[in-house]
Every structure is written in C-alpha cells, then in structure tokens.
Design a binder for this molecule. Structure first.
Ligand code: GRF
Length: 226
C-alpha cells in the first residue's frame, strides 16, 4: 500500500504536527507530505523542516484556490492548531477530507473565538468534570462538522486552564495520529466515519491510554449518519 499523503495546516507551535510526524514516520498507511502555515513565524514550520517535509506559507489564507493548491496531492488534510477560517469554497473542495482537532468535547465549548486558553477557561467555569479532545470533519461552521472520534479527560478541582490544557494536549497527541491512520486505512471515505473507543474510555490509575477501534479492514469504522 502506498502511504496516503497528508497535508497538515498549522498556525502555532505544532506539537500536534510533531505527534503526527513521529507516529507516521514509518507508517505504511499515511505520511505527512506537506505542512501549510498561515504565518511565516509558526514554530511548526521548523518541526516540518527538521523532518524533511516540504512547507508552504499562505500569502492569503482567505483565498480558497491558494489553500487548496497549497495542500498539493494530499488526500487527507488535517488542521492542527490552524487559526484561520478555511474559506467555504475550499471546504467544499475538500469535503470529508478535511479534519480538525479541538481541545474539548464538542459540541460543547466550541465555535467562533473558542480556541486556546479560552476553551479551558470555559470548561473550568462551567463546572464540568469531564473535558477531552475531539477530532471532527470541517464544514462551513466553526467546530460543527460531524464528529469522528473523542476521548475524555478528567477535570480536577484544582485545575488551572494551563494544567487542563496540558492534560488534554497529551491526549490530542495520541488521538490525532490514530484517527489519521484509521481514515487512511479506510481509504479516506467520501462520507463521514465514526471511530469508537475499544473498551472503557476512562483512565485507570495514572495510566493514560487512548485506544480506538481503528479496524485495518474498514469494517468496524462506522459510517456516521448525518
Ligand atoms: C491544540 O490544543 C489543538 O486542539 C488546537 O490548537 C492547539 C494546537 O497546539 N486546535 P499545537 O500547535 O499542535 O501545539
């Protein structure tokens, strides 16, 4: 099998990009083929260069043609800390091939302006005892596209936004590569897929585990009803 080429869109430091680069380095199913940044000073660009992956900096992130062209021959496009809106015409061109990772359990704590620290502040203010990470398809509305996979993270009483963010980020780094590999194995289907945890999703003791049922043959990855 030729690894599915993946484009990763970034704006920030790129720790999720790093998780993908590390996890897919020797993967037979998917590889990071290029990294597209909305700004030239994104730390993620350095990570891409270090890994020998080609990079593009968008001059006009609101130009749909430029965004689609920048993704090259990628069959799957991943937003990993990408802070610009994907123009609707580009969303349409990349339908069911464009995914995002969000640091909370959508549909709660998402939408315009809900990124970075604000997400975790809102979770703490709500009194929720669970947060988590969500990987979802990107559609024309912020954080509203069909959900592919989620993983919960406990919210502790003495958490600060930074402490909660770090706990969620650790899970993001495990969840995102699993989802990317699963979608690649399924051949990047032209309709939404849902992936489920293999068993209990809760952390036992201090052991962090993220273990999706990402069937290699595509039979268990369920196509989601829309
Ligand atoms: C992550 O929390 C991700 O969920 C959100 O932006 C953050 C990106 O962090 N979309 P990094 O640039 O991958 O370190």
């Amino acid at each position: 099998m030729t690894p599915v080429p993946v484009a990763v869109l970034v704006s920030g430091s790129g720790t999720n990009l790093q998780a993908l680069l590390d996890a897919l380095r020797d993967s037979p199913v998917a590889r990071v083929a290029r990294v597209v940044a909305s700004r030239a000073d994104a730390g993620a660009l350095e990570r891409a260069r270090r890994a020998g992956v080609s990079t593009v900096v968008l001059a006009h992130p609101d130009d749909p043609g430029e965004v689609v062209t920048a993704t090259g021959d990628a069959r799957l496009v991943v937003l990993a800390g990408y802070l610009k809106r994907i123009p609707p015409a580009a969303v349409a061109r990349l339908r069911w091939r464009l995914i995002n990772i969000h640091p909370a359990l959508l549909p709660a704590f998402g939408g315009p302006g809900m990124y970075g620290r604000r997400v975790h502040e809102a979770v703490l203010a709500s009194g929720a005892t669970l947060s988590g990470a969500t990987v979802h398809y990107v559609d024309e509305e912020y954080d509203r596209g069909p959900i592919i996979a989620q993983w919960p993270v406990p919210v502790r009483r003495d958490d600060t936004p930074e402490i909660l963010a770090a706990r969620v980020l650790e899970v993001e780094h495990r969840l995102l590569p699993q989802v990317v590999e699963a979608l690649a194995r399924l051949g990047v289907p032209g309709e939404p897929v849902r992936l489920f945890p293999k068993s209990s999703v809760f952390i036992t003791g201090d052991n962090l585990a993220v273990d999706l049922d990402t069937a290699a043959d595509g039979r268990t990855g369920e196509r989601a009803d829309r």
